[in-house]
Design a protein around this ligand. Structure first.
Ligand code: FE2
Ligand code: FE2
Length: 399
């Protein structure tokens, strides 16, 4: 197996890193790629006010997850966990022990490649891994890299490849940090990483989380969930806006509720219960043991307390999983958008989409009925509020 090891400080991980990673995987035919954020980089001091190693690790995890290649792309905390300076020779030795049969490819930027002889134990590095240098600009492609490659192979028996990157992201990490401090720079980051920076106030970004614009609120929400859920969340937000327009509800509130509705989806049961305790949420017996039911309540709590959303938005999030009797228009819209946004695929979804445009309560009845049937088939108990939603619509439509 060919394994790429992409080290660096990733302060922060930006699109340039992801483009390089994808390109290297393709060009070298890598089976796997391991991002290896440095804990304490030996060759450069991190600028003052930089995020902690754990925060950089979390950002790299979000960036790697955004590549949507589970099983092929991963992030290692080996250097973050190790005490002292993060020497590449130590890392490669540890990886070689872990993967004795596999070929390792160390991916490095031009600067690092040109100074490799000054690293700790360059002979060990060259013995354990193929070296792959990314040439980021045209100027990098010149003689310097070729000469260095020749020098390293003659001196240490290095095996070197120089990859000229096809797309160049015209920003360095230093410039990007400066932009973030001015509240700019999101175009150089995947939304999850940008949202993480905003939530933590990293790089002096200092945004007020209670008055974010659409793009920043979206980034914050996406930074809280796995990338595989991003399309669904964006689909719900967009569908909710369309339904609000169709049925005369507030489009702005529909967007906010849609974009935040699943923000706590991947928290553990313990994390959910922590939030419930912090904000004094009352739970019934069924909810206490179910992260699936709790994510609606904790999502609503964070929408309110972290993102300062109005009551209507929070309530629509609160009821989006179970529904309830006598729902408001916005609550119905979020419940239905969650059910039939464009990424949803199940028998009957087209009927539900059509009905959403013709008869909102009819659609709600169909949605709740399908939901109950599905739960029954899977042997999952029906929450009393879901039953109440069904009874209420039936009663209401009779009149
Ligand atoms: Fe949900
Ligand atoms: Fe959802």
């Amino acid at each position: 197996m060919k394994i790429g090891v992409y080290g660096g400080t990733f302060n922060p991980p930006h699109l340039g890193h992801l483009i390089s990673a994808r390109f290297a995987m393709e060009a070298l035919g890598l089976d796997r790629l391991i991002f290896m954020p440095a804990g304490d980089p030996p060759h450069k001091e991190l600028p003052q006010g930089s995020p902690t190693a754990r925060e950089r690790l979390a950002m790299v995890e979000l960036a790697a997850d955004s590549m949507l290649l589970p099983g092929r792309v991963e992030v290692s905390d080996m250097e973050v966990r190790r005490e002292g300076k993060s020497y590449t020779a130590d890392t490669l030795s540890e990886l070689h022990e872990q993967y004795p049969q596999d070929e390792l490819f160390l991916l490095v930027g031009t600067d690092m490649f040109l100074t490799l002889q000054n690293w700790k134990k360059p002979e060990v590095i060259c013995e354990l891994a193929h070296l792959t240098a990314f040439a980021r600009t045209q100027a990098d492609t010149g003689e310097r890299l070729e000469m260095q490659g020749k020098y390293l192979s003659e001196t240490y028996g290095a095996r070197c490849t120089i990859l000229q990157l096809p797309q160049i992201t015209p920003v360095s990490s230093t410039q990007l940090r400066q932009r973030l401090e001015r509240g700019e720079g999101r175009e150089y980051l995947v939304p999850g990483v940008y949202g993480y920076i905003l939530r933590g106030g990293l790089y002096g970004s200092g945004a007020d989380l209670k008055s974010l614009d659409h793009e920043d609120l979206t980034a914050c929400s996406l930074s809280m969930v796995y990338a595989k859920r991003h399309a669904h969340i964006l689909g719900v937000a967009q569908t909710a806006v369309e339904l609000a327009r169709r049925w005369g509800a507030d489009e702005e509130l529909a967007f906010r509720a849609g974009v935040l509705h699943d923000c706590t989806k991947y928290l553990s049961l313990e994390e959910h219960l922590d939030i419930c305790e912090r904000y004094g949420l009352a739970l019934d017996e069924m909810e206490v043991g179910s992260a699936k039911l709790l994510h609606a309540k904790t999502g609503a709590a964070l929408a309110k307390h972290l993102y300062g959303q109005p009551e209507e938005v929070c309530r629509a999030i609160y009821w989006h999983t179970t529904g309830k009797a006598d729902m408001t228009k916005l609550e119905k819209i979020i419940y239905l958008a969650d059910y039939m946004e464009p990424n949803r695929k199940f028998d009957g979804v087209e009927d539900l989409r059509r009905l959403c445009g013709e008869d909102l309560d009819g659609a709600l009845l169909l949605g709740v009925r399908m939901s109950i049937e599905d739960l029954n088939e899977r042997g999952v108990p029906i929450h009393k509020n879901t039953q109440a939603a069904m009874d209420w619509v039936l009663e209401h439509r009779k009149g």
